[in-house]
Write a protein that binds this ligand. Structure first.
Ligand SMILES: [Zn+2]
Ligand SMILES: [Zn+2]
Length: 227
């Protein structure tokens, strides 16, 4: 992994933009394909949703490039050793981002920012996987910005970052699946019962007064906004 990162340092800027754009498009394609496989019902999306999805991909490419630029200029430091730090760093990233995104999400719901920014995502009351990418540009940049700010605070392990990013996409996809893949028995198991399931985020789209969390329901349970 360190050699792959160092390889990127020697590539022309245009190649980097293309690699990062391709990476983001592949993530989107995987979400839409796995969503289709799990949902088992064929559905098509309106051209407008495809357009916003493409814009989100372009903005996520800018966030990816910004992260690379910050690493290249020593604003972000990355650890690359294989140790127990992979697990602890992952847990820190997972819980810190869950809290940051909860706060941001709560604010955009409770202020003028809802109409201006977040309403677009909530046009979908019965979400489907593409809704993960149907976001106002300000929202996409803000979520990316929170991630980059967190990375400047501490030299996180690169493997922990990759595991976190994969899990972030899986949670996003599951939250907008439109069906609940986990049986009720599994959802009520210890630890799992505190995770943000498909039902958890689906309920947020159905009733915007509840479930502002993403990966966990911890903050909603504390603020009594859990449903
Ligand atoms: Zn919301
Ligand atoms: Zn949503």
């Amino acid at each position: 992994m360190p050699s792959a990162l160092n390889y990127l340092l020697h590539l022309p800027v245009l190649s980097l933009w293309l690699i990062f754009f391709f990476e983001n498009v592949m993530i989107t394609a995987m979400v839409l394909l796995s969503g289709r496989l799990l949902h088992q019902a064929p559905y098509s999306y309106p051209a407008r949703e495809w357009g916003i999805c493409m814009l989100t991909n372009i903005l996520n490419t800018i966030v990816t490039y910004a992260g690379f630029w910050m690493w290249k200029n020593n604003i972000i430091h990355i650890a690359a050793n294989i140790s127990w730090m992979i697990i602890t760093d992952f847990l820190i990233l997972f819980l810190a981002m869950d809290l940051f995104m909860f706060i941001f999400h709560y604010i955009i719901h409770k202020t003028f920012l809802f109409k201006m920014v977040h309403q677009l995502h909530h046009q979908s009351v019965d979400p489907s996987p593409i809704d993960l990418f149907v976001l106002h540009p300000i929202e996409t940049i803000a979520f990316g910005g929170l991630w980059l700010i967190l990375l400047t605070l501490y030299p996180f392990n690169i493997y922990a970052m990759i595991i976190y990013l994969v899990i972030n996409v899986i949670f996003g996809m599951i939250g907008h699946l439109g069906i609940e893949p986990l049986p009720g028995k599994i959802r009520s198991l210890p630890v799992i019962k505190y995770l943000g399931t498909s039902t958890f985020h689906h309920n947020h789209h159905q009733d915007v007064e509840y479930n502002f969390g993403f990966y966990t329901s911890i903050w909603d349970r504390l603020l009594k906004t859990y449903k």
